[in-house]
Design a protein around this ligand. Structure first.
Ligand code: XMP
Length: 525
C-alpha cells in the first residue's frame, strides 16, 4: 500500500486514481495523520500538493515520523517544499507564480549518483509538465541533487543522494502531464516495489469479506435502491456477501420513468437475486404534490415523504427480522456513496478546519440508529460501472443515464398532475428509444423529456388542439457542472418530434433545448 498524505490540493484524489490504474493499492489520509495511529506500514509515501506556503505561520506540516519510516517518499509541489522545509527550511516565495504548461528538462547522473534518476527512468530528457505553484527553493537542501529543471524552476525535480526521497514541482497526476503516470509508476513500482495486486476482482473479494466480517453471522442490512447504477451495484454486492439478510427497498413515488418500478423489480429480483420490496406510494406522493408549483417545495415534499415511507417499511422489516431464528436485528444501512463524495469529507481543508462528515440520505441512518455500510466509497463512477459488469449486471443498466431523486416532478414546470406525468413518461420513453436505436445513448450523458408551462395550438386531423408543449434535452458532460447540448441530425429530430406529436395524446408541440450549462442548468427546474 502507498500512503497518500493530502495537503488539500484539488488534484490529490487523482494520485490515488493513477495508482489504482497501475493496480497499486493506496490510501489517502489528511496530512495531519499521526503515523503512530496507523495500523499498517506503507511501502512508500506521497506528499500531495496544497494551497499553502510552507514558511507561513500555521502552514500544515507532516508528522515528522514520516521521515523515520525508512520508506521512499515522493513530494509533489507543496510536498516537495515540505521535504525541503524538513531538510533546512530553504523555501522562499517565488517572484512570479508558475501556472500551466512547462517544458521539463531531466538531468542525468552517473556513477554512484545514478540511482537518483530512477524517478525518470525510461523517460525522454524533455517532458511536458503541468505546474501550479508560487514558491521556490532558495537553495538545494543538504544532501539533495537536482534531477530536473524548467526555465523558471532550477529545482523542478530533486532527489536525495542516499535516502529514497524525491520531490517534483510539477503535477504528475493530471492529464496535462502526458507522461505523469510513468513518473508515478517509477516511484510506486520501481522505487517502492509496491505490489500490483489491486484488481476489480480482488477488490470485490476483499469487500465481500469485509462486509461479512462487519455484519457478522446474523446481522442484517437495509438499503434503498433506485434503479440507478450505484445503488444496483451496491445491492448486488451486499447480496453476494450476506444473501437475504440484505433487504433492498424501492419506493415508487409515482414520478419515475415509464415502467421503471416494474423493470427494477425484474432486474434486481429475477436477474440478480436481491431480496427486494417495492412499495407503490404513487398516490401518496401525487396527492401531496397536488397544486405545488415551486420546484424547491416539490423537492422537499418528495425527500421527506421518501424518508417517512422508508422508515415505515424498515420498521416492518425489522419486526419480522426480530422474529426470525436465523437472523439478528437490522443494524446497518447501505449507502452507495462514491469516492468523489468521500473526498469532500476526508480531504484536508486547512490547519484549523474540522473534518466534515459527508451528507447522507436525509440523515436516515442517524435517525434510525443504524450504522453505515458504504462498499463503493473508494471507487469512481467508471470503476463502479466496471464492477457492475464484473458482477453480471447488464450493460444497459451499467451505462444508464442519471435520474434525479425528485424525478419527473422537477421535469414538469408548474403543478404536477397524473396526466402530465403520463405525458412526460411517454415522450421520454420515445426519446430514449430513438436515441438507443440511433446508437447514440453512450455518447450522450443525460437525455430526457420535460413538460413546459402553458399550452400551444396545434392541429390533429382537422381539429385545432390546445395542447401541451414538450421540451427535450440531451447533454454531453463529464462532471455535470458544465454541459453542452447534444447536436442531433435534422432527420433524427424530424422523426422524433413527429413520433412524440403523433403518439403522445395531448401534445401539440415538441421543442429541443440547446442552451449550454452555464447559463442554464441540465434540469428545467
Ligand atoms: P442541474 O439541473 O443542476 O443538474 O444542472 C445536474 C445534475 O443533477 C441532477 N439533479 C438532481 N439530482 N436531486 C437529484 O438527485 C435533485 O434535486 C436534482 N436536481 C438536479 C440532474 O439530473 C443532473 O444530472
Amino acid at each position: 500500500t502507498i500512503l497518500v498524505l493530502d495537503f488539500g490540493s484539488q488534484y490529490t484524489h487523482l494520485i490515488t486514481r493513477r495508482l489504482r490504474e497501475l493496480n497499486v493499492y493506496s490510501e489517502m489520509l489528511p496530512c495531519t495523520q499521526k503515523l503512530a495511529e496507523l495500523s499498517w506500514k506503507p511501502k512508500g509515501v506521497i506528499l500531495s500538493g496544497g494551497p499553502y506556503s510552507v514558511y507561513q505561520e500555521g502552514a500544515p506540516h507532516v508528522d515528522p515520523d514520516v521521515f523515520k519510516l525508512h520508506v521512499p517518499i515522493l513530494g509533489v509541489c507543496y510536498g516537495l517544499q515540505e521535504i525541503a522545509w524538513h531538510h533546512g527550511k530553504n523555501v522562499l516565495a517565488g517572484e512570479k507564480k508558475e501556472f500551466g504548461h512547462a517544458a521539463l528538462k531531466i538531468q542525468r547522473h552517473s556513477g554512484k549518483q545514478a540511482h537518483v534518476d530512477r524517478l525518470f527512468e525510461g523517460l525522454q530528457d524533455d517532458m511536458e509538465v503541468w505546474m501550479s505553484h508560487g514558491d521556490k527553493l532558495s537553495k538545494m537542501p543538504d544532501g539533495f541533487l537536482t534531477v530536473a529543471e524548467t526555465a523558471n524552476s532550477p529545482f523542478a525535480g530533486i532527489a536525495h543522494e542516499e535516502k529514497e526521497y524525491y520531490g517534483i514541482q510539477f503535477h504528475p497526476e493530471v492529464t496535462h502531464t502526458p507522461k505523469g503516470t510513468e513518473v508515478i509508476r517509477n516511484f510506486a513500482i520501481g522505487i517502492c516495489r509496491a505490489k500490483q495486486d489491486w484488481t476489480m476482482e480482488a477488490f470485490v473479494g476483499k469487500e465481500v469479506a469485509r462486509i461479512r466480517k462487519l455484519v457478522g453471522d446474523k446481522g442484517q442490512v437495509i438499503g434503498a435502491v433506485s434503479g440507478g447504477v450505484d445503488s444496483t451495484v451496491a445491492a448486488r454486492l451486499m447480496h453476494e456477501a450476506i444473501g437475504d439478510r440484505f433487504h433492498a427497498v424501492m419506493v415508487d413515488n409515482g414520478v419515475l420513468r415509464k415502467n421503471e418500478a416494474v423493470q427494477v423489480k425484474e432486474t434486481l429480483t429475477k436477474g440478480l437475486g436481491v431480496n427486494l420490496t417495492v412499495i407503490d406510494a404513487s398516490e401518496r406522493f401525487l396527492g401531496l404534490l397536488k397544486g405545488v408549483a415551486d420546484p424547491e417545495k416539490k423537492r422537499k415534499i418528495i425527500g421527506n415523504t421518501f424518508i417517512e415511507i422508508f422508515e415505515e417499511e424498515a420498521k416492518k422489516i425489522a419486526e419480522a427480522a426480530e422474529n426470525s431464528p436465523k437472523a439478528g436485528p437490522i443494524e446497518f444501512f447501505l449507502q452507495g456513496t462514491l469516492y468523489p463524495d468521500v473526498i469532500e469529507s476526508i480531504s484536508f481543508k486547512g490547519p484549523s478546519a474540522t473534518i466534515k462528515t459527508h451528507h447522507n440520505v436525509g440523515g436516515l441512518p442517524e435517525k434510525m440508529k443504524l450504522k453505515l455500510i458504504e462498499p463503493l466509497r473508494e471507487l469512481f463512477k467508471d470503476e463502479v460501472r466496471h464492477m457492475g459488469t464484473n458482477l453480471g449486471i447488464s450493460e444497459e443498466l451499467v451505462w444508464r443515464h442519471p435520474f434525479p431523486g425528485p424525478g419527473i416532478a422537477i421535469r414538469i414546470i408548474g403543478d404536477v398532475t397524473p396526466d402530465k406525468v403520463r405525458i412526460v413518461q411517454e415522450a421520454d420513453a420515445i426519446f430514449i428509444e430513438e436515441i438507443r436505436k440511433a446508437g447514440l445513448y453512450r455518447q450522450i450523458s443525460q437525455a430526457f423529456a420535460a413538460l413546459m408551462e402553458g399550452r400551444a395550438v396545434g392541429v390533429v386531423g382537422d381539429q385545432r388542439l390546445h395542447g401541451h408543449i414538450i421540451g427535450l434535452r440531451a447533454v454531453v458532460t463529464t462532471d455535470f457542472m458544465t454541459a453542452n447540448a447534444f447536436e442531433f441530425e435534422p432527420a433524427f429530430m424530424r422523426r422524433l418530434t413527429n413520433r412524440i406529436g403523433n403518439e403522445v395524446k395531448g401534445v401539440a408541440r415538441v421543442l429541443y433545448e440547446m442552451t449550454s450549462k452555464p447559463p442554464s442548468t441540465i434540469e428545467f427546474e
